[in-house]
Design a protein around this ligand. Structure first.
Ligand SMILES: [Zn+2]
Length: 254
């Protein structure tokens, strides 16, 4: 008798691969956060027919190490880069900019109303954002963007919150938080790693300050960045026994 090889055990408590939703909204603090957090998953879903929207909370005006930077120009460049990055993912939805000052984002009531309005208007089936409960996180914008999103989801789903809004309540079916403190879900992104990298590399103004690419013409610098991103996807995939993945905290509506 031939012994049957045991199938590898499913890692405890980690789910994989939601069904491709009809629409998704990714909410980042800065231009580039969405591509780092969930770019490969968005590319996968876009290729499967999902309408993908971006919403960026701040203007990205602190994203330069040059003290003499022309800030108005930087903001315009970063919006252009974000639109290009969305296209590189295959996203055909809206790219919304709330225009808050970079570094000074707060999860205020007026901003909660604004984001709740966008959730009601775009009506995404699945929403992505920063995990506000990630421990030892220093950047305040990422923490505030996370709380702003979770607070706005609660407001968007019931009719007596911001009842003056000219948009019907909307209840997304799932929320996926990237940079999760305790990930419990992995999306298999095999085949979509290059799309994530291509989208990230559209954020050219961030090469030096965020991506460690001193010289964009030096292929070594760019290759090192690609390797770091690939390593991260390998680590995340490993949580579910996959070669490449993006890990999240999944919260399902109940
Ligand atoms: Zn950021």
């Amino acid at each position: 008798m031939t012994p049957v090889a045991p199938s590898p055990p499913e890692p405890a408590g980690v789910s994989t691969n939601l069904a491709v939703p009809s629409s998704a909204l990714a909410v980042g603090a800065h231009p580039d956060d969405v591509e780092f957090g969930c770019g490969a998953t968005l590319a996968k879903w876009a290729s499967g027919g999902c309408r993908v929207h971006h919403l960026i909370c701040t203007d990205g005006s602190k994203g330069s190490w040059d003290p003499n930077e022309n800030i108005a120009q930087l903001v315009a460049v970063r919006q252009h880069e974000q639109r290009e990055a969305a296209l590189a993912l295959g996203a055909d939805g809206e790219v919304v900019f709330l225009g808050q000052t970079d570094g000074e984002l707060e999860a205020t009531l007026p901003l909660r109303a604004e984001l709740a309005y966008w959730i009601r208007r775009l009506r995404p089936e699945v929403v992505f954002g920063h995990d506000p409960w990630r421990r030892y996180r220093l950047h305040p914008d990422h923490r505030h963007a996370g709380f702003l999103l979770t607070d706005s989801i609660v407001a968007a789903r019931d009719p007596h919150f911001f009842a003056e809004q000219d948009a019907a309540p909307h209840r997304p079916s799932a929320l996926l938080l990237w940079e999760a403190d305790e990930p419990n879900h992995v999306e298999d992104v095999a085949g979509f790693v290059d799309a994530k990298l291509a989208a990230l590399l559209k954020h050219r103004s961030q090469f030096r300050s965020t991506m460690g690419i001193e010289d964009p013409e030096a292929t070594d610098d760019v290759d090192e960045f690609r390797t770091r991103v690939r390593q991260r996807l390998t680590e995340h995939g490993g949580l579910a026994g996959l070669p490449a993945g993006e890990a999240f905290r999944l919260l399902k509506d109940r």
